[in-house]
Ligand binder design. Sequence first.
Ligand SMILES: NC(=O)C1=CN([C@@H]2O[C@H](COP(=O)(O)OP(=O)(O)OC[C@H]3O[C@@H](n4cnc5c(N)ncnc54)[C@H](OP(=O)(O)O)[C@@H]3O)[C@@H](O)[C@H]2O)C=CC1
Ligand SMILES: CC(C)CCC[C@@H](C)[C@H]1CC[C@H]2C3=CC[C@H]4[C@H](C)C(=O)CC[C@]4(C)[C@H]3CC[C@]12C
Length: 281
Amino acid sequence: MKKVVLVTGANSGIGLALCERLLEEDDQIHLCLACRNMQRAETARISLLSLHPAADIGILQVNLGSLKSVCQAAMEVKRRYRRIDFLYLNAGIMPNPCINLKVFFSGLFSRKVVHMFATGEGLLTQKDQVTKDGLQEVFETNVFGHFVLIRAIEPLLCHIDNPSQLIWTSSSNARKSAFSLLDYQHTQGQESYSSSKYATDLLSVALNRHFNKQLWLFRQKPELLDPLQKYCSCTSGLGNNYVEPRKINLEEESSELFYQKLLELEKQTLKKLSESEEAYT
Ligand SMILES: NC(=O)C1=CN([C@@H]2O[C@H](COP(=O)(O)OP(=O)(O)OC[C@H]3O[C@@H](n4cnc5c(N)ncnc54)[C@H](OP(=O)(O)O)[C@@H]3O)[C@@H](O)[C@H]2O)C=CC1
Ligand SMILES: CC(C)CCC[C@@H](C)[C@H]1CC[C@H]2C3=CC[C@H]4[C@H](C)C(=O)CC[C@]4(C)[C@H]3CC[C@]12C
């Protein structure tokens, strides 16, 4: 049977490059491009087919910044597939970025200059907004929409004999100090992107713990058991690309607390959504 691979945010950037690479590695997979804009998804599909004419590529509409769309997409996934082998949680936004010139110039003449350009740490601020679901957009798109999607398609991921793999696109911009469990949507600060990427790191650790407990082997890298490792794609001064494992800076207790908070938020927001749907019917 063909392996089913679903990639969110597959129509551009890293998502599209990832799809090209996946098809290069194995053109016998069924690749599902999960995108919010169907026209852009179709363009991506055509460009992938021009490189791999025999590839089996489907499209799924999903806007991760809308719970209604995520629930509809999850229903469609369950209708189409019996299992998902690889789920790439890649879609992400950094809206209205602004450069903090003070940080930029002081960083430029300090020993931290390489680190600053590699991670963008403290360099960018963003202006976030609230979605129709009443959530911060960066948090909902980068973290919560994906969380709800995973939970809604759990039955397709949970196969004891043949486990699925979830892979998050995090970032070296993920920073513990930008994240707070008391304000995990980052309503107060101006580094919602950094906060959301730290949140995905926390969540990946919690998911790993919960799913592994139930014998679902969700791992960040199958050949390694350490869920606290994340794999950073780097470029050397000479322009060579390489991958480097780095320890995620977190306490497992915080990841569990965050997971519980997301479960609670999921309950509340899905209830609100179904009530508003009922009001319309
Ligand atoms: N670029 C970088 O330097 C780095 C990026 N990353 C991460 O990599 C991932 C991909 O980013 P990158 O390729 O750079 O960015 P792009 O903007 O090129 O791609 C982002 C993708 O996510 C999709 N997307 C955005 N919002 C939504 C939404 N609400 N619902 C569904 N899909 C959505 C976009 O769709 P659409 O075309 O419709 O907007 C697009 O396909 C992100 O998670 C980002 O945070 C991590 C480290 C570095
Ligand atoms: C003032 C200009 C002359 C130069 C400004 C450069 C900046 C716009 C960029 C320098 C470093 C860039 C970034 C670094 C890390 C990325 C991170 C890993 C990510 O996930 C998203 C994008 C980055 C923050 C990226 C953004 C542009 C820079 C800050």
